[in-house]
Design a protein around this ligand. Structure first.
Ligand SMILES: [Zn+2]
Length: 217
């Protein structure tokens, strides 16, 4: 089964991606992992990507796409895969369609995790990071026993800039701008399924299973 998983920051995409890929026994493929593998393996594409990253520039689409193409051609992806973080926009989605068509394949399903902005803000803005050991706490869902102090190492907790409300709202806006067109692209293809990602992780997982069932039975 070939799946793309999309969802805003704070939707629990990483957790669901892990769960779905092990449930279906297909590799979870994220652009971050592909980048790291190419860079640490010192492949020609990895060297090219590194030039851009070292300069602080974005890696151009054609390099990313070439890496994705190589990754999808690997043996473990033959029976299926779960793509996480790619495609990010409609041009990438069109390219992915072309790559798969060349391999005589197509996507089965695009799962979109849907969670409202206020819920994302609640989840992310409550996060506090330990300055010393990096452990992440949450003021409501996973609080340390003493406010502002890490239970593990006694370090001071702080709120990362990424976890500030205005930063989160900005990221959500950027996400909506890119993803709304992506979602309608896949809706037109007839393969988009929205998944309510509010509530406890286990409930979201249950809904994900229900969405996958027509394909696995
Ligand atoms: Zn700590």
């Amino acid at each position: 089964m070939r799946i793309v998983l999309v969802g805003p920051p704070g939707a629990g995409k990483g957790t669901q991606a892990q769960f779905i890929s092990s449930h279906l026994s297909v590799p979870k493929i994220s652009t971050g992992d592909i980048f790291r593998a190419n860079v640490s393996g010192n492949t020609p594409l990895g060297r090219k990507a590194k030039e851009f990253m070292d300069r602080g520039d974005l890696v151009p689409d054609e390099v990313t796409i070439a890496m994705v193409r190589d990754r999808l051609a690997e043996d473990d992806a033959r029976e299926g895969f779960l793509l996480d973080g790619f495609p990010r926009n409609v041009p990438q989605a069109e390219t992915l369609k072309k790559i798969l068509a060349e391999m005589d394949l197509r996507l089965d399903l695009v799962l979109e995790l849907v969670v409202d902005d206020d819920e994302v803000v609640r989840r992310l803005s409550g996060r506090r990071t330990c300055r010393k050991c990096g452990r992440i706490w949450h003021v409501a869902f996973d609080p340390p026993s003493k406010e502002g102090v890490c239970d593990v190492c006694g370090g001071e907790l702080f709120q990362r800039d990424d976890d500030r409300e205005e930063t989160i709202r900005h990221r959500l806006e950027v996400y909506q701008e890119q993803t709304a067109p992506l979602a309608s692209f896949y809706a037109d293809e007839g393969i988009l399924v929205g998944l309510d990602a509010t509530g406890p992780v286990e409930e979201v997982t249950e809904r994900a299973l229900a969405a996958l069932r027509p394909f696995t039975e």
